[in-house]
Design a protein around this ligand. Sequence first.
Ligand code: SAM
Length: 267
Amino acid sequence: MRYLVFCRMNPNVTLDPDAWQESWDRQQEGYLPDREHRIATMLDAVEATAATERPRLLDLAGGTGTITLRALARFPRAEVTMLDLDPVLLAIAAASLTGRAGIVTADLNSPDWTTVLPHRGYDAVLTATALHWLPADRLATLYAEIHDLLRPGGIFINADYMPDDGLSELTKRLSTQASSRRNARHAAGAALSWRQWWDLVANDPGLAPLAAQRATTYPTGHAAEWNAPRRTAGGRIHRSRDPLARRNRRRSGSRTLNRDRARIAAH
Ligand SMILES: C[S@@+](CC[C@H](N)C(=O)[O-])C[C@H]1O[C@@H](n2cnc3c(N)ncnc32)[C@H](O)[C@@H]1O
């Protein structure tokens, strides 16, 4: 397990969390123009399935806490845990959330990341534009780990670009089209690119020490272009956690997962 030790921010410099939230949102919307709509749809699904007005939610790889903040606005009594590994994004999240959600630092690449969570039995595990950072074989196992964190009837929602295996040529063309539009917007200054946003962080007196720490957390960056194939998800996450169904699955063994792993590894 990798735990992160926070660098203290310069106490003479104040972080304006609202300004950083806004600039993160604008930067992310450059990559996912319907991001707000996707998050709202996730929360619709929580509302439709949660058994209580106080849903227990896990925002996985939550970054600056975007999903957590929207979840708390929609369900003020929700019990939310947000998990990430990035010291900069976690600092912005902590400054925005001011104790209204649990914040956990953990590495999803580590098999024991669930041990640092304060709860089990989540009504929903939500994540957006993050799991494509993980290697394909790790992702298949992670889906199973997430499954075990859900209460019976709980849901997992991953909002991300996922190429449709049956439409590979169309997916490729749409992706090329989206990249070229995005590059034009970045070039014209309509939105900040990922790199430009991180350059601002590195030049911010309050965040710069955390940015330096981040360079050791993610020494090689991430594979931005890899996306989880849709069928990876289809095999594991849309199952209910009905105990009988679970027992039957155990009987059929881990072959499904292993098959999924093999298929994913082939990508
Ligand atoms: C593009 S950001 C998305 C953040 C947030 N979900 C959002 O929509 O704004 C991807 C996030 O995944 C996190 N992440 C990537 N790999 C991770 C890992 N191994 N463990 C924990 N978090 C990870 C990054 O730190 C980053 O916050």
